[in-house]
Write a protein that binds this ligand. Structure first.
Ligand SMILES: Cc1cc2nc3c(=O)[nH]c(=O)nc-3n(C[C@H](O)[C@H](O)[C@H](O)COP(=O)(O)OP(=O)(O)OC[C@H]3O[C@@H](n4cnc5c(N)ncnc54)[C@H](O)[C@@H]3O)c2cc1C
Length: 470
């Protein structure tokens, strides 16, 4: 940290509210009444990396860099533990748990084991269970459902214990980049502003995507203006015995609901619908939630004895992409590199995988004393292709032919196994998976004109569009 008081003692940093620009020469300055006093003769930045955001992406990146002996500063706006949505993980998250050495801690029984995801139509009649253990191309057979307050706190503490400096209650304000360094201006809980310099900035700020917003390169995904209304409930009717721990997704035309068991008693329940159905500031989220539950037989059945714990949260209009994931001295990780509709629970895995990959790329760039490398460009290409694999499913998910085939899977040609591998988060797509996916999406196109599987009664209660009065 480098506020005015610290700067005088530590020999680095910039004073509060100063108008000088330390970026010009990448030198920490002390600024008193318009006089700018350089604090150190050195031109080296204070940190190897400044990580904005201490969620799963930021904590993973900070942990890996700090473990490699790099000097890392994490700026996190909230105080942990804090509520965060996104509780259902994917099997291939395991690779990162293993690499960062938390597999034992994470599999000690504190989190619910998820062996499958169930997709059910809103009328409760049609459904499929995607069992990871049965996928012939899925090598990791289960995943976890986590309370994010506990999970994220555990990851951030790990980053701290590996040597990263973590400031909570620290809000990013702006970044600037020169040939010599990146500079980040931020505000602490007492409202005091600070400036720190680093060789690299990692934007891991989640959907806030702070650096992309500053640069004006954050773009909404056309056709994906959605709203999610969600909360935690006790005593929801959930699958039992061998199916205990399953995620349940209830599907309607253009909308869906999730049920994610985060403990034996508590379930995360959320509804996702078109933004057109919701007027921010006017629509009452609790009334909307109650209306959709009461008009969907499968939701009604599961929520009959449920008790809400805490408030109903709303996230509006969330899918976006960014024009650039990397630029000299800057890498974007996780949701800050682009956010997609959470139907297939890919967010935390992509955040941790990209946090890990970006950390390795930055470590190598620091070693080579480079500000932009071929590996950074490769990182962007690979992350975009991982996201595209999910986007193809997300885009189709809101079409009737896809849902008809998806909810009534046919074992022929092992097509469900290829889908299983992608939705488990398998990072590569071998030819055996690829040709099956292409065939599956061809069948989806055919289903539009010829019913290869029975059509669903879209106008019936529980399957029609979620139309709600203001
Ligand atoms: C409705 C909904 C349901 C979801 N369900 C799932 C799911 O079931 N499974 C799944 O895997 N994913 C799910 N996701 C996505 C998941 O939540 C994210 O993909 C995941 O949290 C991304 O991790 P991250 O580290 O990139 O960002 P985050 O976890 O969002 O962490 C970013 C951090 O940056 C901090 N920050 C933000 N702005 C600033 C600032 N100015 N200064 C300092 N710090 C800042 C925030 O406080 C936050 O702690 C869901 C998302 C939504 C919206």
């Amino acid at each position: 940290m480098s506020n005015q008081k610290d700067a005088a003692h530590s020999g680095r940093g910039v004073a509060v509210s100063c108008a000088c620009n330390p970026v010009e020469r990448c030198l920490p300055y002390l600024c008193i009444r318009g006089y700018h006093l350089p604090m150190t003769p050195s031109q080296s930045p204070s940190y190897d990396a400044i990580v904005i955001g201490g969620g799963p992406g930021g904590a993973t990146a900070a942990m890996i860099l700090a473990r490699q002996g790099r000097k890392v500063l994490v700026l996190e706006r909230e105080r942990f533990p804090r509520f965060h949505i996104g509780e259902s993980l994917l099997p291939y998250n395991r690779d990162v748990f293993e690499e960062i050495g938390i597999l034992d801690e994470i599999e000690d029984g504190r989190f619910v084991v998820k062996k499958a995801a169930q997709f059910v139509s809103g009328d409760g009649i049609t459904g499929a269970r995607l069992i990871f253990g049965e996928g012939m191309f899925t090598e990791v057979k289960s995943a976890l459902q986590v309370d994010r307050a506990i999970f994220d706190d555990m990851l951030l503490n790990r980053a701290r214990s590996h040597g990263a400096t973590v400031h909570e209650g620290a809000t990013f304000l702006r970044h600037d980049v020169t040939d010599e360094c990146a500079t980040v201006r931020w505000r602490d809980v007492d409202g005091v502003e600070h400036t720190d310099t680093a060789a690299f900035v990692m934007d891991c700020s989640g959907m806030a995507a702070v650096t992309a917003r500053q640069e004006g390169i954050r773009r909404e995904r056309p056709g994906h203006r959605k709203v999610a209304v969600f909360g935690h409930f006790d005593d929801v009717l959930m699958p039992e015995d061998d199916e205990a721990g399953d995620t349940v997704l209830v599907v309607r035309d253009q909308s869906w609901a999730w049920f994610i068991p985060i403990t034996e008693k508590r379930t995360s329940v959320g509804l996702v619908m078109d933004l057109a159905e919701f007027t921010p500031g006017k629509s009452d989220p609790e009334a909307l939630f109650a209306h959709i539950v009461s008009s969907t037989p499968e939701l009604q059945r599961r929520m009959a004895g449920a008790q809400r714990q805490g408030k109903i949260h709303v996230v509006v209009d969330y899918s976006f992409s960014v024009d650039r994931m990397v630029s000299p001295r800057l890498m974007r990780v996780g949701d800050a590199a682009g956010f997609m509709d959470p139907i297939f629970s890919s967010g935390v895995m992509l955040a941790m995988v990209s946090g890990r990959d970006a950390a390795h790329v930055i470590h190598a760039a620091l070693t080579a004393d480079e500000k932009m490398t071929a590996a950074m460009r490769r990182y962007e290409r690979e992350l975009r292709s991982k996201m595209d694999a999910f986007w193809e499913f997300v885009e189709h998910f809101y079409t009737r032919p896809f849902l008809e085939l998806f909810l009534q899977p046919q074992a022929r040609w092992n097509l469900p196994s290829a889908i299983n591998a992608v939705l488990a988060g398998r990072p590569d797509q071998p030819w055996a998976v690829r040709w099956r996916l292409r065939l599956f999406f061809t069948l989806v196109r055919l289903q539009r004109f010829f019913p290869l599987v029975p059509r669903l009664p879209w106008g019936q209660p529980g399957l029609q569009k979620a139309v709600v009065g203001g």
